[in-house]
Design a protein around this ligand. Structure first.
Ligand SMILES: NC(=O)c1ccc[n+]([C@@H]2O[C@H](COP(=O)([O-])OP(=O)(O)OC[C@H]3O[C@@H](n4cnc5c(N)ncnc54)[C@H](OP(=O)(O)O)[C@@H]3O)[C@@H](O)[C@H]2O)c1
Length: 344
């Protein structure tokens, strides 16, 4: 059994880790932290876990206790893993960070977008960006994994085949993305109130969102050169889900894009290229570690429209984190992740 620790267990990605790991055949959660709820049993806070963790209780983060685990997930706001990762790595524990702390390769760029100096630039060289569809071999060797953000997962998986094949005009890519409210975490904020977010939809961060440099970095690596990207996130009145509508101009109209996408993801257990003409729905991935993609070229023009949906808390966070753990420890990649989505 792999001994698992979770820092930040009271948040949405933390409880999603608990839900997924409850059915994992080879991993056991030994430590889960919360500073505000230390001492409380996890199933008191989250009754959906009753019967799965009869004795597990939140404790304050402590490197010695966490360092006795084989792997520690950080389900915390940015800056927390910066402070603790080096000490944990020194104990031989692997670190899988769900926050943005190690996603950007450039410490100065991170500082610019997050408004504070990078707290552990010495670790950036070894941090592996945990998008298995791109970095599976590096993940196998990693000590420190940066799990991609939710919007970046949906946007990159949707655009990668086109960019890797050199088929898109990379000066003007557009990612028009919608997220459910759980993407903002469990912390109270006026914008997440039912009466503010319900029955309404709005864009935000048009000027520049923190996920923009992350998506751009991934697309740059796929294309082999700088890309121009406009990224517009929206808040929608649903709890879970990301819907990315991605636009790119193709430089060669003769290529069979459906075949290209099907080939690129043929061996990927968690990417589903839907039949031509499909319109994937966020509810078709709710609770499941899946990205469903459909590729369109309306009126046979040169503008490609790619639809990419994920559950922000699963393939966009905790499910992808468990997928990374499975790869890292040489387990079946779908261990604990094989269940179908919830529908309706
Ligand atoms: N929500 C999503 O859909 C999503 C998707 C992808 C990635 N992420 C990323 O995943 C991370 C967690 O997101 P979330 O939505 O689960 O957040 P959240 O609901 O706000 O939960 C944050 C957790 O971190 C703990 N925490 C806060 N400050 C801490 C500190 N200084 N030291 C130790 N623990 C601390 C909190 O517990 P205590 O304060 O009690 O210790 C809480 O359990 C964030 O970085 C987020 O950007 C979120």
């Amino acid at each position: 059994m792999i001994k698992v620790g979770i820092v930040g267990g009271t948040g949405y990605t933390g409880v999603e880790l608990l839900r997924l790991l409850a059915q994992h055949p080879q991993a056991q959660v030994e430590v889960i932290t919360s500073r505000s709820e230390a001492g409380m049993r996890v199933d008191e806070m989250y009754p959906n876990l009753r019967g799965h963790y009869p004795t597990l209780a939140f404790s304050v983060p402590d490197v010695a206790t966490l360092g006795a685990c084989d792997v520690v997930f950080f389900a915390t706001p940015h800056g927390v893993a910066h402070a603790l990762a080096a000490d944990l790595l020194a104990t031989g524990t692997k670190v899988i960070d769900l926050s943005a702390d190690f996603r950007l390769a450039d410490a100065d760029e991170w500082a610019k977008w997050y408004g504070q100096p990078h707290g552990a630039p010495e670790l950036l060289g070894e941090a592996v960006y945990g998008l298995p569809e791109v970095n599976r071999d590096a993940i196998k060797q990693a000590r420190l994994i940066a799990v991609p953000g939710c919007y970046p997962t949906a946007a990159q998986l949707g655009l990668l085949p086109l960019l890797e094949a050199g088929l898109a005009d990379t000066d003007r890519l557009i990612a028009d993305c919608k997220s459910g409210v759980s993407g903002a975490g469990r912390g109270a904020s006026v914008g997440s109130l039912f009466s503010e977010a319900g029955e309404s939809m709005k864009a935000y961060g048009v000027k520049g969102h923190r996920h923009l440099p992350e998506i751009r970095q991934g697309l740059r690596r796929a294309a082999g050169h700088e890309v121009g990207l406009t990224f517009v996130p929206h808040l929608t009145p649903m709890i879970r889900g990301i819907h990315a509508t991605l636009y790119a101009t193709v430089v060669d109209r003769s290529v069979d894009l459906q075949a290209l996408y099907e080939k690129r993801y043929a061996n990927e257990p968690f990417v589903d290229v839907m039949p031509a003409g499909s319109h994937p729905e966020t509810r078709s991935v709710r609770g499941a570690n899946v990205c469903r993609i459909a590729v369109h070229r309306p009126q046979d023009g040169d503008l490609v429209v790619i639809l990419s949906v994920i559950d922000n808390l699963v393939k966009g966070a905790s499910g992808q984190a468990v997928q990374n753990m499975n790869i890292l420890f040489g387990l079946e990649e779908n261990a604990g992740l094989a269940h179908a989505a919830m529908l309706p």
